[in-house]
Design a protein around this ligand. Structure first.
Ligand code: TTP
Ligand code: MG
Length: 390
């Protein structure tokens, strides 16, 4: 084994636009622009690849985008939708490495050096597994690059966009050959000014840089980059989650209370399962409900004491739901989205107080926790559990 690192870069394709398509399948295959309206003063956040074919780009004034592609569909951004998908994507990333460096809402570096052996040491298998899981979990596609360092991994993910996977060579000579034909602008720190400064000397490609001796204009560091020698360290931070939640947007707005309540219980079971992966206890439950008019209601309640078991989560969820939507009423019209989450975590169930004896309610809680964890075990092995509705 060499000591070489294996770094993965992942970037979701046309991210905001792809999430919009989940909610508007009828827009698929059409040019779609997310951002300011076609006659407003703002800019394009992003656009579908169909719109890119007309020259529409991120940060372009929307009026310019309209001039280039008048038939495009324009939609304002819905950040909360993008954040939900992003949260789920980052959870998936976490299945491939504990070392995840978030670069933006849709982009991350992963150090997969330590997990590659789980895929037979084959970076392509690891990359395809991650891409398939993103597709299944988020409903959108991403592009991945895998290489010995961050610079090259990022160049790789851009190489086959959208919906692509690029494995870069690890051999230094092959790497230099891979980079040689590429413009110097692919290198980090080489912005428009540097490109202009190098041009009069005939330095246009990485290959041109590779042939240089270091001088006042071209420092050794730049030549190193052109050979693909760059930093591998992934600047990860342990992600201390502040809440664990799940939400569901109905395909068509749902007017039936029973259907919304049943979906809520599914989400609660999911939250419990994910919550118990690390030992912690929650003190607050939260319900989110959004109606067809996009009005969102949040309602929360404290647990009587810190808990982590399904029985307590379900009881709190149903209390919140019944308060928000009393039986026989119709306060929301049709429901667009329902969500449940828990927050305000503790590292112990007893709030740090030292107890000399186990109170009966603690014994009951511990029994419920054991049951929940037993069910988690079944679920982790692929058993689908149907929740009896309470
Ligand atoms: P990017 O990853 O740069 O772009 P993208 O995901 O839309 O397209 P691709 O990766 O396939 O090239 O940015 C991620 C999101 O960030 C993008 O969907 C919208 C937002 N964004 C802006 O709001 N303004 C911008 O100028 C850019 C570049 C991105
Ligand atoms: Mg992207």
């Amino acid at each position: 084994m060499s000591g070489m690192a294996t770094i993965l870069h992942v970037d979701m394709d046309a991210f905001f636009a792809s999430v919009e398509l989940l909610h508007h399948p009828e827009w698929r295959g059409k040019p779609l622009v997310v951002g300011a309206g076609p006659h407003e003063r703002g800019v394009v956040s992003t656009c579908s690849y169909e719109a890119r074919a007309f020259g529409v780009r991120s940060a372009m004034p929307s009026r310019t985008a309209y001039a280039k592609c008048p038939q495009a569909i324009f939609t304002p951004p819905h950040m909360d939708l993008y954040r939900d998908v992003s949260t789920r994507a980052f959870e998936v990333f976490g299945h491939y490495s504990p070392y995840v460096e978030a670069v933006s809402i849709d982009e991350a570096f992963l150090d997969v050096s330590g997990t590659l052996h789980l895929y037979g040491g084959d970076p392509r298998r690891l990359g395809e597994a991650l891409r398939a899981e993103i597709r299944a979990t988020c409903g959108v596609t991403c592009s991945v690059g895998i290489a010995p360092n961050r610079l090259l991994a990022k160049i790789g993910s851009e190489e086959n966009k959208p919906d692509g996977l690029t494995i870069l060579p690890t051999d230094p000579i092959e790497l230099a050959a891979f980079l040689a034909p590429r413009p110097v602008s692919v290198l980090w720190g080489v912005g428009r000014k540097t490109v202009e400064a190098l041009k009069p000397y005939g330095i246009l490609t990485c290959g041109d840089l590779q042939r240089m001796k270091p001088n006042a204009l071209v420092p050794q560091e730049l030549i190193d980059l052109a050979y693909g020698r760059a930093e591998a360290t992934v600047h990860w931070e342990p992600r201390e989650e502040k809440s664990v939640s799940r939400e569901h947007t109905f395909e068509t707005d749902e007017p039936r209370r029973d259907a919304v309540r049943a979906k809520l219980l599914e989400l609660v079971a999911d939250v419990g399962y994910r919550f118990r992966r690390i030992p912690r206890w929650a003190t607050t439950a939260r319900l989110k409900i959004r109606n067809a008019a996009f009005e969102t209601r949040l309602r929360q309640t404290p647990f009587p004491s810190p808990v982590q078991d399904d029985v307590a989560f379900r009881a709190a969820a149903l209390t919140l739901f019944d308060a928000e939507w009393p039986k026989g009423t119709c306060p929301h019209g049709a429901v667009r989205l329902i969500g449940f989450g828990v927050t305000n975590f503790r590292a112990t169930p007893d709030d740090g107080q030292l107890d000399l004896f186990v109170a009966p309610e603690d014994a009951a809680r511990e029994r419920r926790e054991r049951l929940s964890r037993a069910l988690d075990g079944l679920r982790a092995h692929g058993h689908v559990l149907t929740q009896p509705s309470a």
